[in-house]
Design a protein around this ligand. Structure first.
Ligand code: PGA
Length: 264
């Protein structure tokens, strides 16, 4: 399966000049790379400019969209607008949208459906809040199953089998996002990613059948960098990465994309 690496720049950088520089540096850094699709998701204001510099293998995406197509929704941007300027994907359901902007599973579901209807690929972010308990062997564990089940089924309610092909699920445990923790005992391990991936596939199989589950890409996101990228792909069996902080450093992000591509 072709790997996918998505850069989530969040609300960075603070000028168009820096955004262009970062975009072009990453583009140069990954030139000639094979077997990996790269998608940069900058803030909305930079999107149309960067979209013009994008290509099939080096695309752009939105970090969010509204579920209505157009109308009296001050401050919002719709999926059809993103598609029109050349976006390939949109991230939906990021935990920061839930935390700061009150997004619920119901809103996320509407966004997913409208993005798929407009032909955008959806990077659906899911993940549990805490990793705060130990199992019987004293290993760190976390309550992921009921939370993931509710988030996935909630987000995909009413999405047909045919439309599901446009969905990629990014497993992003909230406790691992932005922590920068890559090697303490609390850091996410390839085993965590692997078990989450299996669980996600089970949920998809239950709702859509095994074939669809097999086709579904499951990415990992949360404090990824050039040192751990490969092990999440190789040992954790992630089909790609959703990268926050490290995507703001062109060398770091390019190195991550390369390490993934050499695994493909
Ligand atoms: P991080 O962010 O890589 O900085 O942990 C990931 C994300 O929020 O998508």
């Amino acid at each position: 399966m072709k790997k996918l690496i998505v850069a989530n720049w969040k609300m960075n950088p603070t000028s168009l000049k820096e955004a262009e520089k970062l975009f072009n540096s990453v583009k140069d850094g990954v030139r000639g790379i094979k077997n990996v699709e790269i998608v940069i998701c900058p803030p909305f204001v930079y999107l149309p400019i960067l979209a013009r510099l994008s290509s099939e293998a080096f695309g752009v995406g939105g970090q969010n969209c509204y579920f209505e197509k157009s109308g009296t929704y001050t401050g919002e941007v719709s999926a059809v607008m993103l598609r029109d300027i050349g976006c390939k994907y949109v991230i939906v359901g990021h935990s920061e949208r839930k935390k700061h902007f009150g997004e619920t599973n119901d809103i996320i579901n509407k966004k997913v459906r409208s993005a798929l209807k407009e032909g955008l690929g959806v990077v659906l972010a899911v993940g549990e809040e805490n990793r705060d308990s130990f199992d019987s062997k004293g290993r760190w564990t976390h309550e992921l199953d009921p939370v993931l089940l509710e988030q996935i089924e909630g987000a995909l309610k009413g999405v047909s089998k045919a439309r599901l092909a446009g969905v990629v699920i990014a497993y992003e445990p909230v406790w691992a996002i932005g922590s920068g923790d890559t090697d303490s005992e609390k850091a996410a391990t390839p085993d965590d990613i692997f078990s989450a991936k299996l669980f996600i596939k089970k949920v998809i199989a239950k709702n859509y059948g095994r074939k669809e589950a097999e086709k579904m890409k499951v990415l990992y996101g949360g404090s990824t960098d050039r040192k751990n990228a490969r092990k999440f792909i190789e040992d954790g069996q992630a089909d790609g990465l959703l990268v926050g902080g490290a995507s703001l450093d062109a060398d770091e992000f390019s190195a991550m994309a390369k390490s993934i591509s050499s695994h493909s």
